[in-house]
Design a protein around this ligand. Structure first.
Ligand code: AHM
Ligand code: MG
Length: 345
């Protein structure tokens, strides 16, 4: 307690009591993650003053241009989480291969995946960005020989998932499978304080988020859903819908946790032609966000299956993502089912 307020440290210690086989390791790991996010928050906040904006001039494993802050944030996460003995390995959007904990440090029983700076195309224009992370248990022999295989567990196996949002205020939102809680960084004392207990996504919504520049490539079910939203009161839904697109998944998910909504980065014809299944990555974007959204009473689907039940086949695997208010996600999934049934008939 800090002046009658619950700090994230206190909260995590209490949470750990609900986690099977958790020892002080889990609390300590989460504290190191929190520290990394505070460091990234400070750098993002100072921006041009500390020379961290702009392109790095390099590409990541998926051929995307990296920003300086992508690389710096990745490094902050590695340095913050490698030394304490809680992890066997880490994997991230910015590293081609798994990062086994170096031999000079003890290895622990958890695996950490992360997107160190999601939405980083927004960093130079001073729009919200975030960090997404997911904690898994290290199976069998993975502790001695950490490899990508150890990470390839469905999202249902996650022990914890969370994100930090670097917006007008810095927030941390967490789940360990026992609901979702949000904390705001009090810059004066350097601590995250519980400000959004037990976050809940309304089942219905009148707000959708999708990058409409891809409209001509969408599959029929997505096109149908968005057309019906756009038709408003006069259309099949008999309601006016609002639209938002921030191009920062963390900020979109946070909005949905705050006031409901649906977010879609669906499979489209352009992706199919390139033989990819989506834009967003399963292990460090879709799975952690799905865990959080489901724990807040929402739904998360590819349109054809529950994201958290996908058995991953690669560290950087991409998946379609449709998540948010339960009834809307189910409606989009129903349109997929109908279209697939018609196609098979
Ligand atoms: P990133 O991890 O390289 O930042 O990419 C993920 C981001 C998501 O935050 C966001 O939803 C999406 O990419 C935006 O994509 P687009 O630029 O196609 O609108
Ligand atoms: Mg990302």
């Amino acid at each position: 307690m800090q002046n009658g307020r619950t700090t994230i440290t206190q909260f995590i210690i209490e949470e750990q009591r609900h986690i099977k086989d958790a020892t002080g390791d889990f609390t300590s790991l989460l504290n190191d993650i929190v520290t990394a996010c505070k460091v990234i928050s400070d750098l993002v906040n100072h921006g041009a003053l500390v020379g961290v904006l702009g392109a790095a001039g390099t590409e990541n494993v998926q051929g995307e241009d990296q920003k300086k802050m992508d690389i710096i944030s990745n490094d902050v996460f590695l340095r913050s989480n490698e030394w304490a003995g809680h992890l066997a390995a880490m994997a991230s959007e910015e590293m081609d291969e798994v990062y086994p904990i170096p031999a000079k440090y003890p290895r622990g029983k958890y695996l950490l995946t992360f997107d160190p700076l999601d939405g980083s195309s927004n960093i130079d224009v001073n729009v919200s960005v975030g960090t997404i992370f997911s904690i898994l248990r290290c199976p069998g022999e993975c502790k001695d020989k950490p490899s990508a295989d150890g990470f390839l567990q469905p999202g249902t196996e996650q022990v914890c998932a969370g994100y930090a949002l670097y917006g007008p205020s810095t927030m941390m939102v967490l789940t360990t499978g026992n609901g979702v809680n949000g904390f705001t960084l009090d810059q004066n004392i350097g601590e995250f304080v519980l400000t959004h207990p037990d976050m809940n996504i309304p089942e219905d919504t009148r707000e959708f988020a999708i990058n409409a520049s891809n409209m001509r490539h969408w599959e029929a079910p997505v096109k149908r859903y968005v057309d019906e939203c756009l038709a408003g009161k006069d259309g099949a839904r008999s309601e006016d819908f609002n639209m938002r697109w921030i191009a920062s998944m963390v900020a979109e998910v946070h909005r949905i946790l705050t006031r409901g909504g649906i977010f879609m980065y669906p499979l489209d014809e352009k992706m199919k032609a390139k033989d990819t299944a989506g834009k967003l990555r399963l292990m460090y974007e879709a799975n952690p966000m799905s865990f959080i959204v489901e724990q807040a009473g929402g739904s998360s689907s590819t349109g054809r299956e529950r994201i958290m039940e996908i058995k991953p086949d690669g560290l950087h695997q991409r998946v379609p993502v449709i998540l948010g208010s339960k009834n809307e996600v189910e409606q989009v999934a129903r349109y997929h089912k109908e279209m697939d049934a018609d196609a098979a008939a």
